[in-house]
Design a protein around this ligand. Structure first.
Ligand SMILES: N[C@@H](CCC(=O)N[C@@H](CS)C(=O)NCC(=O)O)C(=O)O
Length: 248
């Protein structure tokens, strides 16, 4: 068990009482909680992410369309080892490597299967849900982050209100996402008829990835939104149940 709290850098929102919203940072948060590791959150507004990452030595996780480095959250900083780790998946791998007990996120022997699952669920389902996200995020951020988010996302996707607006376009998008999640449900069914997790009775990183995405959807769209009402009813409520069981 580490002596000092691990720092999780996360993106704040206006109504903090409604909980952290970013599916990516939720993945890292749930991983820390799953392992029972002591941690604290430091909140960084979007326009400050790159400078902060550079300051603490966090690596970029991708590139902007013009080729410049893209710095993202989550990042963790571990004062016990001096490690600074960017990217939610790399964070899960780091936590397993440095804090093996009490349980593994990615049990030995499932590394390849976990990587394949992550790619497959992203392509089949998360990519289909993505278009409904930006307009919702723009509304929940504090003003400096909202301005940054709208400017950078509109440069990529055009006017956010026209990207996937409520109405026929959004309904079609949700239909495609449901078809993708039906495929994922088929994989879950293979684990057992009455089990909740991909490995049966034992939750793992795969389930945390799903739970983080679903808790994120619920918090970004709003608990009482039509979108979350639909998603939480799909596949006998599996996605809502995973969010409930593994989310916080
Ligand atoms: N592959 C990364 C993706 C993280 C990511 O895209 N984070 C977004 C917030 S959800 C971000 O920090 N974006 C920074 C920006 O747009 O400037 C991970 O899984 O951690």
């Amino acid at each position: 068990m580490p002596q000092e709290e691990i720092i999780l850098y996360d993106l704040p929102r206006r109504e903090m009482e409604k909980g952290p919203w970013s599916p990516n940072t939720l993945k890292a948060r749930f991983a820390l909680e799953f392992k029972g590791l002591p941690y604290k959150t430091v909140w960084i507004e979007y326009p400050d992410v790159a400078a902060h990452c550079q300051k603490i030595g966090a690596k970029p996780t991708g590139k902007w369309p013009d080729g410049t480095p893209l710095y993202t959250l989550p990042v963790i900083q571990d004062p016990n080892t001096d490690a600074v780790v960017s990217d939610s998946y790399a964070i899960a791998e780091y936590l397993d490597a440095h804090y093996a007990t009490p349980r593994s996120l990615i049990p030995a022997g499932t590394e390849g299967l976990h990587a394949a699952f992550f790619k497959a669920i992203t392509d089949n389902a998360f990519a289909k849900l993505f278009p409904i996200i930006p307009a919702a995020v723009a509304k929940l951020l504090n003003p400096p982050s909202a301005e940054y988010f709208v400017r950078t996302r509109e440069a990529q996707f055009g006017k956010l209100d026209e990207f996937c607006p409520p109405g026929p376009k959004r309904e079609q998008q949700l239909k495609e996402a449901k078809a993708g999640l039906d495929i994922v449900e088929g994989w879950y069914q293979k684990a057992g008829k009455d089990t909740l997790y991909l490995m049966g009775d034992t939750p793992s990183w795969a389930d945390l990835i799903v739970a983080a995405y679903m808790v994120g959807m619920k918090r970004m769209q709003g608990e009482h939104s039509d979108e979350w009402k639909q998603i939480s009813s799909w596949n006998s409520g599996r996605w809502a149940k995973l969010a409930e069981a593994l989310g916080s």
